[in-house]
Design a protein around this ligand. Structure first.
Ligand code: PRP
Length: 183
């Protein structure tokens, strides 16, 4: 879906498909250098990170394995509480693996902080984080991100994996949702 297809539902385009793909290509080149000759496992948490995972994995000019987790935050649904329950765990054993967590967005940072600690405890050889978007104004905890895309304003954003009520994930770009959609 193009941003133009939902023009009435958005107030501002933050990132176009072209900008996103250029950034993912840049990050992929760094990963290729940093992990030359290594066997890398990309790990993403469903569902938001699916688009980044699909584009990053295809952009990389090296073999990578991909794996997915599904988690659910306890507490109120609109804000993550940092207390997470695993709904579907990874298939892969992380012992001795070079793992990169692939995330769409860092909002409070609580999901990633939990995820990093959880995956670290499984004994990977290395563990780094790639995050396409970050809302610095919403951060509650600092997360060390090796591969980072864009800072965005603390607004209600949708697209490229980010949803409102499960819609807009399939937008090619990232945009600010118009208040009339959710008010
Ligand atoms: C989003 C996003 C991150 C998390 C970031 O997932 O994909 O995983 O929120 O928020 P935080 O930094 O405040 O923890 P969400 O829980 O909305 O699920 P979804 O990916 O299925 O949309």
């Amino acid at each position: 879906m193009e941003l133009a297809d939902v023009a009435d539902d958005i107030t501002e385009v933050l990132l176009t498909q072209e900008q996103i793909h250029a950034k993912i290509a840049e990050l992929a080149r760094r990963i290729e250098k940093d992990y030359a000759g290594e066997n890398v496992l990309l790990v993403a948490v469903l569902k938001g990170a699916v688009m980044v995972m699909a584009d990053l994995a295809r952009e990389l000019k090296m073999h990578v394995e991909i794996d997915f987790m599904s988690v659910s935050s306890y507490g109120m649904s609109t804000e993550s509480s940092g207390v997470v329950r695993i709904l579907k765990d990874l298939d892969a054993d992380l012992t001795g693996r070079h793992v990169i967590i692939v995330e769409d967005i860092i909002d409070s940072g609580l999901t990633l902080a939990w995820l990093r600690a959880n995956l670290e405890s499984r004994g990977p050889a290395s563990l780094q984080i790639l995050a396409l978007l970050r809302k610095p104004a919403a951060a509650k905890v600092d997360v060390d991100v090796r591969y980072f895309g864009f800072d965005i304003p603390n607004a209600f954003v949708v697209g490229y994996g980010l949803d409102y009520a499960e819609k807009y994930r399939n937008l090619r770009g990232v945009a600010v949702l118009a208040p009339h959609v959710y008010e």
